[in-house]
Each structure stands twice: as C-alpha cells, then as structure tokens.
Design a protein around this ligand. Structure first.
Ligand SMILES: [Zn+2]
Length: 276
C-alpha cells in the first residue's frame, strides 16, 4: 500500500492482486490458512486502526484488519502491522537477524521508520507507534513534514529527498539505483549526498542504540541499495554519539531479503497468527 491512496482504493487494488495471485498459484480461496497486510503507518494494536492522523491520511481511523478481511473475501481474518515492523519480523525469521534477540530494522525508503524486536519479541508500544524514528525532530525549524511537524529525520533522508537533492546536478530526477551507480563510479555529489544521509541516520540511530541497546541494526528499504556507502557513515556517527557500551555492541548490516522483505514479513505475521 502507498500513502497516496484512500483506504477503499488501496483495498480494491489489494483485492485485484489477491485474485490474480491466487489464479497464478492455481489455488482456491478456501485453501488460505492465513493472511496479513502491511501499511506504512502506525497501527494501534488492540483496534487495528491506523493510529496517526497525518502519516497515512486516507486511512485515518480505519480498522484496517476488518476492512481487509471484508474486501479480500478470504476465509480468515486479515492481520495488520506497520511495514517496518514486518521488515523486522522477516529479517529475524529468514534474513540478517536470525538467532538475534534484540534488533532494529530500519526502513529507508520514501518513508523512514523502524521495527523493533526486544528480548525476542516485536515491540510496537501502546499505540503501535514505537520505532517511528523518521518522525523524530532533527531540526525544529526545518522543512514541514507530511506528519505535520517540522524537521523530522524523514524530511532529510527519504528516497524522495535524496532524488530531489541531486535532480539539478543530474539534470533530471534519477532513481535511487541510478544514484547509487553514479556514487559507486566516484561522482562526488552523489557520494556526498549518500554519505550525508548515513551521517544523519547515524546520529538518530546513536540515540536508538543508547536507549534500546540492540545487538543488530538492519538497513532495509530502497536506500539500502547504498549500504556500502551508508553503513560506514552510520557507524561513524553511532560510535561518535552513542553510549560507548551500546555503540560497540551494535552491528550494522544490510537487509538480506531485499525488495521482498515486507511481503515476507506479512507471511511471518500470518504464520504466527495461524499458530496462536
Ligand atoms: Zn514527520
């Protein structure tokens, strides 16, 4: 789901995709044993409602689980979670975080957010908002953010911001893959912008390390394509600003599951719900 559609539009698209996926797999609806949906917004744990009034405006107050269960016409209840939380679940189960009890999965895409696993269990907070690192304030008087605040980390490091910063240099708006390619070839501005993203993300992650003391930070999302440039810059700032015992303990690695991470996380969530 993207942030620009209304809940009904989004679910209509999901229903069409579900029908075509079932046809492609040669499966019948009656064979489905679990289903889950990921959304790029906080989800309140008890009500399954989208918790933020501004991050996903088309879904405000919507019981996403009930809507999806209705719209997809499946014989099971659809579970819902935030996409960064799903990334954490997937990477812990099948990716970079296997055998790790305390990890942070950072989604760096158009939206920026983190999924937390603490002592082996996902941690969402009382209203599902835990891990919203993208909407922590970095510059109180900075750009207005889509959440309604100013100077959030996301306004400085999102994929859209990176592309926009380099559009004039490039003469057009490039994809993140194209930007990473040019940075790898040594083009100075592209490398500089990505290193600066790493430094800004690292400054915020230093605080996350000091507060949660994770063993592992997994970098996912569209900008993870730039991990080779981002991770040294992130590490430098975590070491510089974090409490030393926490900074030393935190390994920073790229996600292993790539573009499939959040979908695999939805499968992990559905499987967990089938078993409970
Ligand atoms: Zn914000």
């Amino acid at each position: 789901m993207t942030g620009s559609s209304t809940a009904d539009e989004g679910m209509a698209a999901a229903a069409r995709l579900t029908t075509s996926a079932l046809a492609a797999a040669g499966a019948d609806r009656s064979e489905i044993v679990g289903a889950a949906l990921g959304l790029p917004a906080p989800i309140e744990r008890t009500t399954h409602r989208v918790g933020s009034p501004s991050i996903l405006p088309g879904w405000v107050g919507v019981d996403a689980g009930a809507l999806a269960t209705d719209a997809l016409d499946l014989p099971v209840t659809v579970s819902v979670d935030n996409d960064a939380n799903l990334g954490a679940l997937a990477e812990r189960r099948w990716g970079a975080g296997m055998n790790t009890s305390d990890l942070v999965y950072l989604k760096l895409s158009e939206g920026v957010g983190a999924g937390l696993i603490i002592d082996g269990r996902p941690y969402a907070g009382i209203t599902g908002t835990a891990g919203e690192i993208g909407h922590t304030t970095v510059d109180e008087f900075g750009d207005v953010c889509r959440c309604g605040n100013r100077g959030c980390l996301e306004t400085l490091v999102s994929a859209r911001r990176v592309a926009a910063l380099l559009a004039e240099t490039a003469g057009e708006e490039l994809t993140i893959a194209e930007i990473v390619d040019r940075a790898r070839l040594g083009h100075r501005a592209y490398r500089r912008v990505l290193e600066d993203v790493g430094r800004q993300v690292g400054r915020s992650l230093a605080d996350v390390c000091s507060v949660f003391n994770p063993e592992l930070i997994i970098l996912g999302g569209e900008l993870a394509q730039a991990s080779a440039i981002l991770i040294p810059a992130i590490q430098q700032m975590v070491n510089r600003c974090g409490v030393p015992s926490a900074a030393d303990a935190a390994r920073i690695v790229p996600a292993k599951l790539g573009a499939r991470t959040h979908v695999l996380g939805a499968i992990a969530l559905a499987l967990a719900d089938v078993r409970t």
